[in-house]
Design a protein around this ligand. Structure first.
Ligand code: AHR
Length: 547
C-alpha cells in the first residue's frame, strides 16, 4: 500500500496526524474515553425487536467452492509493539510466558484457530537477514528497524522463536523471503536451514540450535511489495528475480513441500499481476508459483487521515464504502488471472488487508497503533464475506496485523491484554474455516448516507464438515435494525443459535479500563411459517448455526 510513500514519509505524515490529534488525547485509554464522550460520536439506535425485512434464501442444493481456512490468516511484522511485547516478552519476564512467548496472547489466539502467520514483514522482511536471529540470544546483533521508527531491533525473536510461537498457537508458517536487500543464496540457505536433515550442514546447525527435526513450512512469499518498499522493481525486473528465487529457494523436506507466493498487485494496479501471470502461463519446469499476492488497505485516502475513534456516521459510511471496493478490486485481479489460468491453479493471496487509520494520539507514529471499533468489526466481516464470495480464487488472506498494529486482534499493555471487536469477528467466523460455501440470495435493501449507497445487509453461508449450515449476517445500516427471514431449499430449519456483535456506538471500542464494551452476545432465531427469523441490531455482525 505504500506505493506513493517512502517509510520516512509515513513517519512524517504520522507525526502530522499525531500532532493534530494530540489536542484531543494523549493515550490509548484517554483517546477511547474521549471518543466515547465525543459529541461527534453517532449513537446507535437501541436494538428494536424488529426492523425492515430482508428475505434471504440459502441454496443448499448447490455446493460452492471450499472456503480455505487460510483466508483467516494473520500477519505479524517486526513493527512497533507487534512482536516485542505483543508476542515476545522473554523467558525472564514477570509476564507469564512459555519460552519467552506470552501465555495470555497464545490462549486468545488458539481460540481463533489461526491457520497461518505471515512473518517477519512487510517492509521489514525486505531488509531482514535471518542469520542475525539465530543462535544464543546474547550473541545476536542489535540492528535498526529502518522502516518502522528507527528503533533498535534486538533480533531476540528470530526463526526458532517464530516457529515455537506457531507451534504454541497451532498455526502454519508463511515466511516472507528478503528479495529487496537480500540475496538468492541467503534466501536459499534460510529454507535449507529450516527444512534439511543431517548430514546437511545447515540442518545440523539448526539441530545444534535446539531443533533436530526439520520445520514444516507451508508458504514462502518471494518478496514483499517489490514495487515499493521491497526495491521499487519494475514488473519485468521482479519477474526475473522471481524465476531465480522460485527455483533455488527449496524445501529439502519431501514430506512438507511449501507453496510459493509471488508479489502481485497494490490495490487496483495490474502491471505486476499481468506480467507474472502471463509469464507463468508458459513457464518451464525450472520455476513455478502457487499464488500471487494482493495488498489492499481500507484507508480512504493516502496518507491515512481517518481517525480510529471519535468519528460520526460520515466516516463510518465512507470507510465501509472503501471496504466494499475490495470486491471490485479482487474481481479485476481475477479477470486477469482467469485469462492465463482458467483452471484457477494459482491462488490470489490477499496477504495484507485491513483498516489503516491515523495513529493513536500519544503513540509513536511509526508504530502504526490504532484503536479498533465496532466499525472495524463490520469492515472485517465485509472483507471476509468478500473473500468467501471469491473463494474459488482467493485461498489465502492475512489481516494486518495480529497484535498492537493496524487492525489488530489483540492489544497488550504491560501484563494486560484485551480483545478487539475484530478479534471477536474472527472468533465468530471460525466455523467457516474449510467449510463448503453455500450460495445465498437476498434482497439486501440499501443503506444510504449522503451520496453513499451500499447494500444494507451482507450475508454468506457455508456447510461445515458435519453438514451443519452456518450463516453470517452483517447489518451495516447505522441506525436501523433488520429482520432477516431465512428460507432454505429443501426441508425447513427449526432454530438457529450463535453470537451477535453490536455496540452502543459506531465508534465503541474496548479499552484496558472497559474491556467488555464490544463483545459478542448469544442470539437465537426462531421458526415462523417455515422460515427462521433473526433480529439483528444496527451496525452488527451475527453468525448462527442452523439446527
Ligand atoms: O502493514 C504495514 C506495511 O504495509 C507493511 O510493512 C507493508 O508491506 C505495507 O505497505
Amino acid at each position: 500500500m505504500m506505493k506513493h510513500l517512502s517509510p520516512a514519509i509515513v513517519l512524517f505524515s504520522g507525526l502530522l496526524a499525531a500532532t493534530t490529534a494530540a489536542v484531543a488525547a494523549t493515550s490509548t485509554t484517554a483517546a477511547a474515553s474521549t471518543a466515547l464522550a465525543s459529541a461527534a460520536a453517532a449513537t446507535l439506535a437501541t436494538p428494536a425487536p424488529s426492523g425492515p425485512k430482508v428475505s434471504l434464501t440459502l441454496h443448499t442444493a448447490t455446493n460452492g467452492p471450499v472456503i480455505s481456512r487460510h483466508i483467516f490468516g494473520q500477519f505479524a511484522e517486526h513493527l512497533g509493539r507487534g512482536i516485542y511485547e505483543g508476542i515476545w516478552v522473554g523467558p525472564d519476564s514477570p509476564i507469564p510466558n512459555t519460552r519467552g512467548i506470552r501465555n495470555d496472547v497464545v490462549g486468545a489466539l488458539k481460540a481463533l484457530h489461526v491457520p497461518n502467520v505471515r512473518w517477519p514483514g512487510g517492509c521489514f522482511a525486505d531488509e531482514y537477514h535471518w542469520r542475525k536471529g539465530i543462535g544464543p540470544a546474547n550473541h545476536r546483533p542489535a540492528t535498526i528497524n529502518a522502516n518502522w521508527g528507527g528503533v533498535t531491533e534486538p533480533n531476540t525473536f528470530g526463526t526458532h522463536e517464530f516457529m515455537d510461537f506457531l507451534d504454541q498457537i497451532g498455526a502454519q508458517a508463511y515466511l516472507s523471503v528478503n528479495v529487496g536487500s537480500g540475496t538468492v543464496e541467503e534466501g536459499a540457505d534460510w529454507l535449507e536451514y529450516l527444512t534439511a536433515g543431517p548430514p546437511d550442514t545447515l540442518g545440523a546447525e539448526r539441530a545444534a540450535n535446539g531443533h533436530p527435526a526439520p520445520y514444516p513450512i507451508a508458504f514462502v512469499g518471494i518478496g514483499n511489495e517489490s514495487w515499493g518498499c521491497g526495491g521499487t522493481m519494475t514488473p519485468d525486473y521482479y519477474l526475473s528475480q522471481l524465476k531465480i528465487y522460485s527455483h533455488f529457494v527449496r524445501s529439502y523436506d519431501p514430506a512438507h513441500p511449501f507453496k510459493r507466493i509471488a508479489v502481485g498487485a497494490d490495490g487496483g494496479s495490474s502491471d505486476y499481476i499481468e506480467t507474472v501471470m502471463k509469464a507463468w502461463q508458459t513457464h518451464v519446469w525450472s520455476w513455478d508459483i502457487d499464488g500471487i499476492s494482493l495488498h489492499y488497505y481500507t484507508v480512504g485516502k493516502w496518507p491515512p487521515s481517518y481517525n480510529a475513534t471519535g468519528f460520526g456516521e460520515n466516516d463510518y459510511a465512507a470507510i465501509l464504502k472503501e471496504t466494499h471496493r475490495l470486491d471490485g478490486i479482487i474481481g479485476s485481479q481475477e479477470a486477469i488471472m482467469d485469462r492465463y489460468d482458467p483452471q484457477k491453479k494459482i491462488a490470489l493471496a490477499v496477504d495484507e488487508w485491513g483498516t489503516w487509520f491515523t495513529p493513536t494520539p500519544g503513540t509513536h507514529p511509526g508504530f502504526l497503533e490504532q484503536q479498533n471499533s465496532e466499525r472495524d468489526a463490520v469492515s472485517a466481516a465485509l472483507g471476509l464475506d468478500t473473500f468467501v464470495r471469491h473463494a474459488g480464487r482467493v485461498r489465502m488472506a492475512n489481516i494486518a496485523q495480529m497484535i498492537n498494529v493496524l487492525q489488530a486482534m489483540i492489544f497488550t499493555q504491560g501484563d494486560k491484554m484485551i480483545l478487539t471487536p475484530t478479534y471477536h469477528v474472527f472468533r465468530m467466523y471460525v466455523p467457516f474455516q474449510d467449510a463448503t460455501s453455500v450460495p445465498v440470495s437476498l434482497d439486501a435493501g440499501e443503506y444510504v448516507h449522503g451520496d453513499i449507497r451500499l447494500p444494507r445487509v451482507d450475508a454468506i453461508a457455508a456447510k461445515d464438515a458435519n453438514g451443519k449450515l452456518w450463516i453470517a449476517v452483517t447489518n451495516i445500516d447505522a441506525a436501523r435494525p433488520a429482520t432477516i427471514e431465512i428460507a432454505t431449499e429443501g426441508k425447513g430449519m427449526k432454530a438457529a443459535r450463535g453470537d451477535t456483535l453490536a455496540a452502543p456506538h459506531l465508534d465503541s471500542v474496548n479499552t484496558f479500563d472497559a474491556p467488555h464494551t464490544v463483545e459478542p452476545k448469544p442470539i437465537t432465531a426462531r421458526a415462523e411459517n417455515g422460515k427462521l427469523v433473526l433480529h439483528v441490531a444496527p451496525a452488527s455482525v451475527t453468525v448462527v448455526g442452523l439446527e
